[in-house]
Design a protein around this ligand. Sequence first.
Ligand SMILES: [Zn+2]
Length: 160
Amino acid sequence: MPTDDDPIEDVSEDGFRIVRENKFDLLLNSYYMTYNQQLFNGSLPQLPVFWAQRITQPNGYGATAVYVPGDARLKSRCIAMDDTLSGMFPLERLCLLHEMVHVKVGPDCGHGEEFVAEFRRVLDANKWEVMGCIDGPPPNAQNTQPTPETETTAVNPRVE
Ligand SMILES: [Zn+2]
């Protein structure tokens, strides 16, 4: 019997193979939803983003990330990103944005002029913040810093 821990292999009609865990990453998917609202006016379809253990192109080469538009064989569309990108801020966000531009311009557009123009537009709209501050504190550092005691008391009355 397969369990939730067994990796799933998605295979698209044109031969992309995605090996991934059967797990929904909340943070990754919240980036998708946030960028969709902020940078695409919410125009992109809702689709899941997965961390993949391995992505293989039809020609046998690996891929760092891919947008699968959905076809006869792999019914639902998704974005898959190699899980070695996990925690490699800001690369994972940049790769996600790259795939989101593919969603916007359509899978047949490749990396032509329309893709480049759209990618440039979203980077400018985001004021290039997606590139992050790579030589400063990590983006979530403020959440892990100790909270002053008065503030802790204020947000949690049970603390004495
Ligand atoms: Zn691409």
